[in-house]
Design a protein around this ligand. Structure first.
Ligand code: UFG
Length: 328
């Protein structure tokens, strides 16, 4: 398949591009390079520096590259920033996506894979199934849910078939350590814990130790970025059904606490991680983990990294060789 990967120079997108190529597909990348990294995309893969909201630019690429499927990873994903600057998120994550969808339909491209998030659920009782009511507690989650709703309407009207994947906490890096996570600013737990272990920062702050969880810290479902990517390829067959509207949770189902993540980093690196206990971070639900039975049953999706240890091992391999990310 000729697959347009928008946001293909970002963290999850770049891992998916690599897997598409390995599976014999032909990925083409579009990225506006705000958060993307050129070095995350192999040089032989076409990379267009374009805005997904620019319909004429997107139509030109869709047509000249004979695109059959679009995978959409291009979004802002800082929950805190979405609260302080919601319009940035509404325009980039929702409005720009509607332009992309219109360009696709103009060109007769009717297969779409959308990166959604567990943040669409809000504060709910886990394990989370796809039918769990979605009540996002921040604008980031709302913008993703808005697109899900739009897709539900667009699919039957235009014969668009789509899959919306609700990711839990994406983590880890490619096995060979050549591509990985590089956000600026970095806010995610695992890379920050590495920085504390290697004295790049003084310590890791633990946000909240009084949650109603076994060790008092938040529980999350860390899912390997290559496991996420595999689901995107496994769904191709389902997209052959015009009008298919598919929603899947992608998580391991294993709840892992902040303290367990820190312990896994200490174990994998052999280094001590200095910690400081802090109050809860605004907007953090106590526990978010998936029931991903639907993806496993319908897509034959298999999680190759079900626990935090091996996920951290891959992330460490990347971090060790790229202490300053792609700028290393
Ligand atoms: N945490 C700390 N200290 C830190 C950073 C994080 O204790 O310095 C804690 C957080 O409070 C949370 C856990 O580590 O309990 C994970 O935090 P991350 O920031 O790594 O990830 P989030 O769960 O906040 O966010 C992720 C994605 C978002 C997505 C969200 C859905 O990054 O894009 O999951 O819940 F919206």
């Amino acid at each position: 398949m000729n697959v347009l990967v928008v946001g293909g120079a970002g963290y999850i997108g770049s891992h998916c591009v690599r897997q598409l190529a390995q599976a014999g597909h032909r990925p083409v990348v579009v990225d506006n390079m705000v958060y993307g990294h050129r070095a995350a995309v192999a040089p032989e893969i076409p990379l267009y520096d374009a805005q997904i909201g620019d319909e004429s630019a997107m139509r030109a690429i869709l047509e000249s590259e004979k695109i059959e499927v679009v995978m959409h990873f291009a979004a802002y994903a800082y929950v805190g920033e979405s609260v302080s600057d919601p319009l940035k998120y509404y325009f980039n994550n929702s409005v720009a996506t509607y332009h992309l969808l219109r360009a696709m339909l103009d060109c007769g491209v009717k297969k779409f894979v959308f990166s959604s998030t567990c943040a669409t659920y809000g504060d709910v009782e886990p394990p989370i199934v796809e039918e769990t009511p979605q009540n996002p507690i921040n604008p980031y989650g709302q913008t993703k849910l808005d697109v899900e709703h739009a897709l539900r309407n667009i699919a039957p009207a235009h014969g668009l078939s789509f899959a919306a994947f609700r990711y839990f906490n994406a983590a880890g890096a490619a096995e060979d350590g050549s591509i990985g996570e590089d956000h600026n600013p970095e806010t995610h737990l695992i890379p920050l814990v590495f920085d504390a272990a290697t004295s790049k920062r003084e310590n890791i702050q633990i946000f909240g130790t009084d949650y109603p969880t076994p060790d008092g810290t938040c529980l999350r479902d860390y899912v390997h970025v290559d496991d996420l990517s595999r689901a995107h390829i496994a769904v191709f067959e389902q997209l052959n059904q015009p009008g298919a509207a598919l929603f899947y949770n992608l998580g391991t189902g294993t709840p892992t606490s902040v303290r367990e993540v820190i312990a896994a980093v200490e174990q994998v690196t052999g280094m001590k991680v200095p910690t400081v206990e802090k109050p809860r971070r605004a907007g953090d639900p106590p526990a978010l983990y998936a029931d991903a039975t639907k993806a496993k049953t319908e897509l034959g999706w298999k999680v190759q990294y079900p626990t935090i240890g091996p996920i951290v091992e891959t992330a460490w391999k990347w971090h060790k060789s790229h202490p300053n990310g792609y700028g290393s």
